[in-house]
Design a protein around this ligand. Structure first.
Ligand SMILES: [Zn+2]
Length: 281
C-alpha cells in the first residue's frame, strides 16, 4: 500500500455569495471561505509531519470556486482515502445558539467515523453548542458522490452571538485543525515522518544505492514544494515542460477531460502536483 491520501477542501470560493459572518456580530463580515481556508491550510501544514499526501481539491487562493463535481472527481481519480470539507454554518440569524456539526453520508460505519471526527474537533475546541444532533446524515454533494469516507464539518455558526466571536479567532482555527489532524492520524493510522524505518513500503533500510526507484516516483511527478501558485511556473520549477500542449497531455493522463487550459483545470492539475499525485505523462 502506498501513502494515504487525504483530500481536503475549504468549502466555497472567496467570492461565493452570501457566505459570510453576520454584520451585526462581525462588522467586517468575514467571509466563510477565509475561516474555512485558514483551517484547511493549517491541517495541510500539520499533516506535513506525517507520512501521507494531502490533496487540495479546491483552489487554495480562493479565487475560483471549483465546482463540487470537479472536487469530487479529483478526489475519486486520486483514490483518496478520506475526504474532509471544512465549513462554517449559518441559520441562527443573530441568536445565541450554535455549535459544531459533522455531516456524513450513508451507513452506521460512516456515522461512527463522523462521530469520531466530531469528538476530536470538539474535544480540541470545546465548541459544543445547542444542536440537537451533532452528527447528521446528509446527501451533500461532496460527501455523497465521493468514493471514499467523506465528511463535512460545520465548525460553528457565522450568525451566532456565541459562536462568531470564537470562530473568528486564530486560536479556534488552530484547535480545530489540531482536532481534524488527530482524527485523521488515528483513522488512517498515519505514521510520523521521523518514526523510524519499520514497515514503510518506501523505506530503504540500506540507505542508498537502491537499484530501482520506488513505484511512486515512477508513477507521479515529484511533489511541488515551491512558492509559485499557478501551474505553468510550478511545472517549470520542477523541470517539467509547461507548454500548453504538454499540459494537455498531463491533463489527459490525470483523467481531466477536454483540457482547454481553464483556470479551474489548471488548478486541479496544480493541486495534484502539490500533493505529489500528478501522474506522469
Ligand atoms: Zn459552507
Amino acid at each position: 500500500m502506498g501513502k494515504k491520501i487525504i483530500a481536503l477542501d475549504a468549502g466555497h470560493g472567496m467570492g461565493t455569495a452570501g457566505k459570510r459572518c453576520l454584520q451585526s456580530i462581525d462588522p467586517a463580515q468575514t467571509r466563510e471561505w477565509y475561516l474555512n481556508d485558514r483551517i484547511a491550510d493549517r491541517v495541510q501544514e500539520l499533516l506535513g509531519a506525517y507520512d501521507c499526501s494531502v490533496l487540495r481539491v479546491d483552489d487554495t487562493t480562493g479565487t475560483k470556486d471549483i465546482s463540487l463535481a470537479n472536487r469530487v472527481k479529483t478526489a475519486n481519480n486520486a483514490k483518496a482515502d478520506i475526504y474532509v470539507s471544512v465549513h462554517h454554518n449559518a441559520g441562527i440569524n443573530g441568536g445565541s445558539g450554535g455549535g459544531t456539526v459533522v455531516y456524513y453520508y450513508n451507513d452506521a460505519q460512516m456515522r461512527a467515523k463522523a462521530q469520531r471526527l466530531y469528538d476530536a474537533v470538539v474535544g480540541s475546541t470545546g465548541l459544543i453548542g445547542n444542536r440537537s444532533s451533532k452528527v447528521i446524515a446528509n446527501g451533500f454533494y461532496v460527501i455523497m458522490h465521493t468514493t471514499m469516507p467523506a465528511f463535512l464539518l460545520e465548525n460553528g455558526f457565522m450568525d451566532s452571538t456565541k459562536d462568531t466571536p470564537i470562530i473568528l479567532t486564530a486560536d479556534h482555527a488552530e484547535k480545530t485543525a489540531q482536532g481534524i489532524v488527530s482524527f485523521l492520524a488515528a483513522e488512517l493510522s498515519l505514521r510520523k515522518n521521523d518514526d523510524g524505518q519499520q514497515g514503510g513500503d518506501e523505506s530503504n533500510p540500506s540507505g542508498d544505492q537502491s537499484g530501482s526507484l520506488p513505484d511512486k516516483e515512477e508513477t507521479y511527478y515529484p511533489a511541488y514544494t515551491g512558492k509559485k501558485t499557478t501551474l505553468a511556473p510550478a511545472l517549470a520549477g520542477i523541470g517539467v515542460n509547461s507548454s500548453y500542449s504538454f499540459r494537455a497531455k498531463i491533463a489527459a493522463a490525470n483523467d481531466i477531460k477536454g483540457y482547454i487550459g481553464t483556470a479551474a483545470q489548471n488548478t486541479r492539475i496544480y493541486n495534484l502536483l502539490v500533493a505529489g499525485l500528478l501522474k506522469r505523462v
